[in-house]
Design a protein around this ligand. Structure first.
Ligand code: APR
Length: 232
């Protein structure tokens, strides 16, 4: 029998129990930085060294972190469902947990690219330094979608969401668009779930099963609910 499509939108909250800080749980400060100082094209223009430093540190933290039970729980759902993860996270914890379809809306920390030509993308596990150049001679920058930059993967994410049989949201404050708008593309009438330590506001909460728990516990509960639904 063909597996039903389960689409999962994840945010920083799913990696919190792996020791990676979320963005908005720390009063707008992110590892001590204001987001505008490090995650905008303006910041890159003004002080690229600082931006590189910030992402070099985040890359180290991510490489030191391990997937938690929420990541592995979603990967395990592939046994019964055609699981598609759409993540806002730049870490690779879904991949390391074993998920096979992961779409990164906001880029990936383990990639870098030419600051001039976004098609020149390379893998990286070490630091990026000033003077490190792409094939076109331009400075290399993190392969991250900064605020005010277009989100090229959103079209694919919308297409996947529109064909979902189940839609799940895990660990996102739903304040950053276009990611937050994906929920509106999920077909009406399909079962929807939201898992968050502190459920964020969304206008369609009436239509969603709410699981107000840390991601590791929430995904466990989700697996049981989905099994019952699929059996029922
Ligand atoms: N389990 C579940 N949810 C959690 C946990 C946890 N252990 N810890 C925190 N959360 C929830 C918070 O309650 C919040 O709703 O995770 C969410 C984290 O929200 P944000 O910090 O805003 O992260 P996110 O929604 O992923 O941010 C979106 O903003 O800065 C940009 O590009 C960046 O991708 C990021 C985007």
């Amino acid at each position: 029998m063909q597996k039903k499509k389960l689409v999962v939108l994840t945010g920083a909250g799913i990696s919190a129990e792996s020791g990676l800080k979320t963005f908005r749980d720390s009063d707008g400060l992110w590892e001590g930085y204001h987001v505008e100082e490090v995650a905008t094209p303006r910041a890159w223009k003004k002080d690229p060294e600082r931006v590189l430093q910030f992402y070099n540190l985040r890359r180290k933290n991510i490489l030191d972190a391990r997937p938690n039970a929420a990541h592995t729980g979603l990967a395990a759902l592939e046994k019964d469902f055609d699981v598609h993860i759409i993540t806002q996270n730049i870490d690779d914890l879904h991949e390391r947990a074993g998920s096979s379809n992961v779409l990164h809306l906001h880029g990936q920390i383990l990639k870098m690219r030419s600051e001039k030509d976004e098609r020149l993308v390379y893998d990286i596990t070490g630091d990026i330094n000033m003077g490190d150049l792409a094939e076109d001679g331009a400075q290399l920058r993190p392969h991250i979608v900064w605020f005010e930059e277009p989100v090229p993967m959103i079209e694919n994410a919308i297409a996947v969401t529109q064909t979902a049989a189940y839609f799940v949201i895990v660990g996102t404050s739903l304040v950053v668009y276009p990611a937050a708008g994906l929920l509106n593309y999920a077909p009406s009438g399909i079962p929807k779930f939201i898992i968050d330590k502190k459920i964020p506001y969304t206008s369609s909460l009436h239509d969603i099963t709410v699981i107000e728990k840390p991601a590791t516990e929430g995904v466990k509960q989700l697996a049981t609910l989905l099994k019952n639904l699929a059996a029922g």
